[in-house]
Design a protein around this ligand. Structure first.
Ligand code: HEC
Ligand code: HEC
Ligand code: HEC
Ligand code: HEC
Ligand code: HEC
Length: 341
């Protein structure tokens, strides 16, 4: 437990601090006693009792599933392959020894792996609350380290190398700058009378969510760009440019298939049509690939739109990366096919 000197002589503050001390000194002892990650550390759920939002965001990520994912279990030969564990069930990621944890392994890339280093929680800010139930790093280097792409690059090695070389050409955001949602909040949330009072003494910070998103910000150079190059007869040609600082699709592990879904409403019918184009290989940063495809003769009454998806082997799910609505506007008064006739 670390206590700040009480500013002023507010009796109310003093009363609260004494109250907090009484409540916390017994129940949070294990948080303050954590020195390293050799034998044990608090679970994510325990951190989540105060960091309510961070915990619920993290639970939804691939980080929380990194160890229990059935695909990982299978490919790591039922966890026998020790080489996989530093990234899928890491100890202290800031420790150059790159060791795996032997406890709470089910939690995959868990809170303490990123935050606990040399007996203190490393976060982007210095301590600012009235009291801290655990030690907090008060060191500019450690504070900025947590917010760096380098931290992510400890495990996302190839992606990080690509980002680094693209950064030499353009001022791209950090990994978290694109993959986290910006929000303003206190570090903890109250879940009862006492915790509500404690949170009332915490400053708000501008932070980024732990939930990892696929950023989609058209016009800001973030996300892959699709352009219609040419329409000739019933052949349409378009180009896809990877404007990201890393490969499209990204990642070194598992099968990651990228595909385009073309949708249009034919002139003579009401039922919408779809056509899938599988993108055969990875598109490197800055690279443009051109695709040509034939559309059926019946034209497109309400225009043509394209969605870019990727398939994940581990979840067997298709994720929408970006929609390009109406890359061809509705045909007025006639469709390109009608013109030809
Ligand atoms: C009893 C409530 C409580 C528990 C449990 C708790 N924390 Fe905290 N934590 C806080 C408070 C309060 C602060 C803000 C302290 C301050 O500013 O001095 C904080 C600050 C932090 C910060 C620093 C944020 C920054 O921007 O610098 C990190 C990181 C952090 N906690 C991670 C954790 C992790 C990981 C766990 C589980 C091992 C955990 N906390 C458990 C209450 C808690
Ligand atoms: C300790 C290793 C490690 C660190 C550090 C790490 N990651 Fe990951 N990350 C993983 C693993 C492993 C997976 C894949 C888990 C799976 O699919 O089973 C993953 C998955 C992801 C995904 C896929 C998203 C999803 O939910 O499907 C994104 C995006 C990501 N990480 C971004 C980041 C960012 C941003 C950082 C830095 C703040 C970071 N990672 C730090 C190991 C790490
Ligand atoms: C992959 C690494 C990683 C993991 C795992 C992780 N964090 Fe963080 N955490 C970060 C990064 C990066 C930031 C800085 C975000 C920002 O820019 O605001 C952060 C910020 C924080 C903060 C301060 C900002 C805020 O939102 O109040 C707290 C508190 C925190 N994390 C708690 C947790 C808890 C609790 C868990 C587990 C449920 C957890 N973290 C898991 C990387 C991680
Ligand atoms: C300019 C914004 C931007 C930056 C910066 C960025 N990414 Fe991405 N990232 C994206 C977009 C958009 C996608 C979706 C396309 C794809 O899947 O390849 C993506 C996809 C990913 C994926 C796959 C997501 C999934 O669902 O499996 C991972 C993992 C990832 N990025 C990690 C990183 C890491 C690590 C860094 C930093 C070294 C980083 N990204 C930097 C925009 C960004
Ligand atoms: C250097 C860190 C690192 C090591 C070592 C590592 N992984 Fe991963 N793994 C990741 C990251 C980061 C991701 C998510 C992004 C990507 O694919 O690059 C991931 C994703 C995965 C996925 C999910 C793929 C998908 O499509 O969703 C599987 C399965 C996987 N790894 C298996 C393994 C196995 C098996 C080993 C050991 C032979 C291993 N990994 C070793 C970092 C690592």
């Amino acid at each position: 437990m670390e206590i700040k000197p009480v500013q002023g002589s507010s009796l109310c503050h003093l009363f609260l601090v004494i109250l907090c001390l009484n409540i916390t000194s017994c129940s949070f002892k294990h948080l303050t006693e954590v020195q390293n990650l050799d034998t044990s550390a608090p679970t994510a759920k325990e951190c989540g009792s105060c960091h309510v939002e961070q915990y619920s965001e993290w639970q939804k990520t691939a980080h929380a599933r990194a160890f229990i994912s059935p695909e990982f279990k299978l490919q790591s030969n039922q966890y026998q392959d020790q080489d996989c564990l530093f990234c899928h069930s890491p100890g202290d990621v800031q420790n150059p020894d790159r060791e795996a944890r032997s406890f709470n392994r089910n939690e995959g890339v868990t809170c303490v792996a990123c935050h606990l280093h040399n007996g203190a929680m490393n976060g982007p800010h210095k301590s600012g609350a009235l009291f801290s139930p655990h030690a907090i790093a008060q060191n500019d280097k450690l504070n900025s380290r947590i917010d760096s792409s380098q931290l992510c690059g400890t495990c996302h090695e190839e992606t990080y190398e690509q980002w680094q070389s693209q950064r030499l050409k353009k001022q791209f955001p950090t990994c978290h700058g694109c993959h986290g949602v910006s929000t303003t909040r206190t570090h903890t949330k109250g879940t009862g009378f006492f915790s509500n009072m404690l949170v009332a003494f915490e400053p708000e910070h501008k932070v980024r969510s732990h939930y990892l998103i696929i950023p989609d910000q058209p016009g800001q150079g973030i996300g892959p760009d699709l352009q219609l190059a040419e329409i000739e007869n019933d052949t349409i040609q378009f180009s896809l440019t990877n404007s990201l600082p890393h490969d499209l699709p990204t990642g070194s592990f598992g099968e990651k298939e990228l595909f385009l879904v073309l949708s249009w409403l034919p002139t003579d019918e009401t039922a919408a049509r779809k056509k899938i184009i599988i993108i055969p290989s990875v598109i490197a940063p800055g690279e443009t690939k051109v695709f040509t495809t034939k559309l059926p003769k019946e034209g497109y009454r309400k225009g043509l739109s394209v969605d870019l998806f990727r398939f994940h082997e581990s979840t067997e799910e298709d994720t929408l990366i970006r929609s390009y609505p109406l890359i061809i506007a509705p045909a007025q008064p006639s469709t390109p096919h009608d013109k030809k006739k």
